[in-house]
Ligand binder design. Structure first.
Ligand code: KG4
Ligand code: ZN
Length: 340
């Protein structure tokens, strides 16, 4: 069996061709970072238009790499939730059109569940049952997972997502977009104890997270209250690095403590971690330290599959095994509400 997977939930247009064993036969990701950089964040309308331009060439590239024609596919999978409405629509319309043209069944994919499936794809044993942490630009969510498709939502952010906080701190320090990779690079030369930023909800017994207070604390540590134009701030390089390292330490402390507590409470053997922020080296190291100390197995998505990609859409194979196909009237679910 060979399937085509399509991903266009936010600002990456991606497609992959995957065999029934999960091997990647072809893969293509077109990023839009340069288009959104001047706005300091993803502009939904710009993202949707860019997806329209890129989606067919991206699919074509993945198929060519795999040396597979549309007719030879067994199914077409597409991420239909959650994400930006305009972005999701482009992928879903493309998938439905190709499904009709090539007479193939359609499979819908939950983008957050797919982020976690990137972990299962990277190992040759089952990670289930486990606790799953998704840390992306739009979500910070903890789940108890009994299979790739059976996930119980334990809690998530009540305001900014972890990646969103990284991006906003990056923007305050004029580090470009997306801020996450830039903040983590600069943090390497900073002192994580230089600023005593809050660890919000660290001791709250729920699995809720909050990062907006931390973001505000960073804001007041670098500028006087009235300042609105952060691009004019004169902050020396060492202070910037210290801010990045201290902010990152606060995010990592909370993510690690709550995930480790969930593993303990649910008697899970494994913790799996996916999403763009899972590429953060300090988070990866801190999770490993917690795993070694507490004695659970840790599977973090490989670096190349942390940020948005279509390979993680291989979770569609699990749905196919269960006979869960989508109808041609499949609609998008933007799902901006929490608890997804
Ligand atoms: O999963 P993803 O590609 O998109 C969403 O589904 O949202 O995640 C993108 C997020 C961005 O906020 C980006 O700044 C963050 O992941 N990110 C990082 C790092 N690399 C990407 N955050 C912290 N450290 C990193 N190294
Ligand atoms: Zn994502």
């Amino acid at each position: 069996m060979t399937i085509l997977t399509i991903e266009s939930t936010c600002d990456e247009t991606a497609a992959a061709v995957i065999s029934d064993t999960g091997s990647v036969l072809g893969e293509c990701v077109a990023t839009q970072e340069s288009l959104h950089e001047k706005f300091g964040g993803v502009v939904p309308e710009v993202a949707a238009r860019a997806h329209v331009e890129r989606i067919l060439p991206v699919i074509d590239t993945a198929l060519r790499q795999a040396d597979v024609t549309g007719e030879q596919l067994d199914a077409i999978a597409v991420a239909d939730r959650p994400g930006l409405a305009g972005s999701l629509l482009v992928g879903v319309v493309a998938a439905k059109t190709l499904a009709v043209a090539w007479k193939k069944p359609l499979v819908s994919v939950n983008h957050l569940h797919a982020h976690l499936y990137a972990c299962q794809l990277s190992v040759d044993y089952s990670v289930y049952p486990c606790v799953g942490l998704v840390v992306s630009g739009g979500h910070t969510s903890l789940y108890h997972c009994t299979s790739p498709l059976d996930l119980q939502y334990l809690g998530g952010t009540i305001d900014d997502a972890a990646g969103e906080a990284f991006d906003k701190v990056g923007a305050m320090l004029s580090l470009g977009f997306p801020g996450g990779p830039a903040v983590s690079r600069l943090a390497v030369s900073g002192d994580p104890t230089a600023f005593d930023y809050p660890r919000s909800m660290l001791h709250d017994r729920s699995y809720r997270f909050s990062f907006s207070g931390l973001k505000t604390a960073v804001r007041y540590s670098i500028a006087e209250p009235g300042v609105k134009d952060f691009s004019q701030l004169q902050i020396d390089d060492q202070t910037k690095a210290d801010v990045c390292a201290s902010f990152q330490a606060a995010v990592v402390d909370v993510l690690v403590a709550k995930s480790a507590r969930a593993v303990d409470e649910y008697h899970a053997q494994h913790l799996i971690v996916g999403g763009g922020v899972a590429a953060n080296p300090v988070l990866r190291d801190a999770l490993q330290v917690a795993a070694d100390k507490q004695g659970f197995g840790l599977v973090i998505a490989p670096m190349k599959w942390c940020t948005d990609n279509a390979v993680m859409g291989a979770i569609a194979l699990e749905k196919i095994k269960r006979g869960q196909f989508a109808e041609l009237d499949l609609d998008i679910t933007a799902g901006l509400q929490r608890g997804f």
